[in-house]
Design a protein around this ligand. Structure first.
Ligand SMILES: [Zn+2]
Length: 66
């Protein structure tokens, strides 16, 4: 039972606010590896339940623009 996971920072990416209610509190529903070493996270707004998928880089480059 060896789990080899590379888990990024648990905080939400800067500027990620719910477009429905504007809050910034997200539950992470699941995390999956994405294309080219990125990480896909399915998030659900704690306030209104809106679901979004974010794609995050494993290494922060300092520039969050896609
Ligand atoms: Zn919301």
């Amino acid at each position: 039972m060896s789990q080899r996971r590379r888990v990024g920072p648990q905080f939400s990416p800067a500027g990620l606010a719910c477009r429905n209610c504007g809050c910034r509190h997200w539950l992470v529903v699941y995390t999956r590896p994405g294309p080219m070493g990125s990480i896909r996270r399915r998030r659900q707004c704690r306030h209104c339940g809106l679901r979004v998928t974010t794609i995050e880089r494993e290494a922060e480059d300092g520039n969050a623009e896609a």
